[in-house]
Design a protein around this ligand. Structure first.
Ligand code: ADP
Ligand code: MG
Length: 448
């Protein structure tokens, strides 16, 4: 039956999407679940986030046994065949069944929320404090506190987690609430299907009947005019009815090219909050919390070791921890700093290689639209001196070079100048939200 699911998906997605993400998957059907193997973690996350619910619907429609949970894994089919013997496959062409449309109509009532993404499992830090507080208020007073709530920020910083936390909390307070989470690409695919099947009115009616609509990663609406149009109307209808809308995006909404102006301006009617990359303390707290959840003892110096080196996002942080834990499990060796260093060897080498002072200078110059030569020059007006200080401070944070070496690399400056720059930038980050944001953006660009 997997072939039938594939056929249906091929129908619903663009050829490029299908070929890139769905075709590489290998399916293995066991008695109680369907395993889907992805060639790597990236593909796995991508498909799971956008299409898990749809794939489960298709599996329910086409498998002989009805509903089966779908589990994603990285690797290939052979691995599981040993541990979980596959049941006999679909013998082949089956008789006439209900039409494709009837058999695969999405079950909208089923909640698509991830149960473990709650406020309880969300670690608070300075970088996500506002987003978390706003989300909690929305969860307490959906439709009334902030509408829409718009969360934006780089990848892997907890936007999806927070959004689900709101949905879960709304349902906890009101179990009969109609809460729908979906990825923006899924919205587009559903709409295209509704159009093909002449069911656009039903589509509209359905979306407008929700108590809360959570749409993730709306940057994928860019350039899709018809979807934006439909979304615009749905969105307005929901806001008028005081139904909650929550949106996320990987950047500030005004900066998304190919998004209609009227949509952008409407997004600003509620509250727009940035989620920043977490600071060191928060990264450590997150590692500790994940370790606790999985019942692993994580010595604090190891937590600091990992948190100091994996700065870009929380998903990578989790990945690093998972790897250290798995390695220790395999080898039976205790988790120490040296052990973590070994387990994360390639990851750390990659990072160290990528971030050089030169690279930092180039990136900072581009970011502030000045020349690298300006950074190295003796010019002291603020529009040059500030980026120079930021670049020095980044060099201190991201490379292992000493202060004198950094000074040298910036046109032969003294090490005290570098030290002063680091202190200055640290205090500016506290006082000036814009500098804090610039710095966070640069960190993200340089480390991802
Ligand atoms: P985004 O949607 O911003 O790309 P996600 O919400 O998918 O990021 O988060 C990536 C991973 O990091 C998820 O597994 C999530 O549970 C975890 N995570 C993110 N922020 C936090 C946090 N503050 N506390 C605990 N876990 C977090
Ligand atoms: Mg996300």
């Amino acid at each position: 039956f997997w072939q039938k699911c594939l056929d249906a998906l091929e129908h619903e997605l663009s050829p490029q999407q299908f070929n890139t993400w769905i075709r590489p998957l290998q399916a293995e059907v066991s008695e109680d679940r369907v395993y889907l193997f992805a060639p790597n973690r990236f593909v796995m996350d991508w498909v799971a986030e956008r299409f898990q619910d749809r794939i489960e619907e298709l599996v329910a429609a086409y498998s002989d046994t009805g509903t089966l949970p779908v589990t994603f894994e990285v690797g290939s089919r052979a691995q599981v065949a040993k541990s979980a013997p596959a049941v006999a496959r679909d013998p082949g062409v089956s008789g006439e069944g209900p039409s494709l449309v009837e058999r695969t109509k999405p079950d909208y009532r089923r909640s698509k929320l991830q149960h473990n993404y709650t406020f309880q499992t969300f670690v608070e830090g300075k970088s996500n404090q506002l987003g978390r507080a706003a989300s909690m208020q929305v969860a307490e007073n959906p439709g009334e506190a902030y509408n829409p709530l718009f969360l934006y920020g780089g990848v892997g910083l907890g936007k999806t987690h927070l959004m689900h936390a709101v949905g879960n909390e709304i349902l906890r307070n009101r179990p009969d609430a109609k809460v729908l989470y979906l990825h923006s690409e899924r919205f587009v695919a559903d709409m295209v299907k509704a159009l093909q099947q002449n069911a656009i009115n039903e589509f509209k009616r359905f979306y407008r009947s929700l108590d809360a609509l959570l749409i993730d990663d709306i940057q994928f609406f860019a350039g899709k005019e018809r979807s934006q149009e439909e979304f615009f109307h749905t969105f307005n209808a929901l806001l008028e009815g005081q139904q909650q809308v929550i949106l996320t995006c990987d950047r500030y909404p005004k900066e998304v090219n190919g998004l209609e102006e009227r949509l952008k301006s409407r997004f600003g009617w509620g509250l727009t909050v940035a989620i920043q990359p977490p600071e060191l303390e928060t990264r450590v707290a997150i590692l500790n919390s994940k370790a606790l959840q999985t019942g692993v003892e994580l010595p604090s110096e190891v937590a600091f070791f990992i948190a100091k080196r994996i700065r870009s996002n929380i998903r990578e942080l989790e990945g690093a921890l998972r790897r250290v834990v798995a390695n220790s499990h395999f080898t039976g060796r205790p988790i120490t700093v040296d052990f973590a260093k070994e387990a994360l060897h390639d990851l750390l080498a990659l990072q160290a290689k990528l971030v050089t002072i030169e690279n930092i200078q180039k990136t900072v110059a581009e970011y502030y639209k000045i020349r690298v030569a300006d950074l190295l020059s003796k010019r002291r007006n603020r529009s040059i001196a500030r980026p120079r200080q930021v670049a020095m401070s980044l060099a201190k944070e991201l490379t292992n070079h000493s202060l004198p070496e950094i000074g040298d690399a910036f046109g032969g400056r003294d090490h005290t100048t570098v030290l002063h720059a680091c202190k200055k930038v640290a205090s500016l980050k506290e006082e000036d939200q814009r500098i804090a944001e610039d710095y966070a953006n640069l960190l993200r660009i340089l480390t991802t």
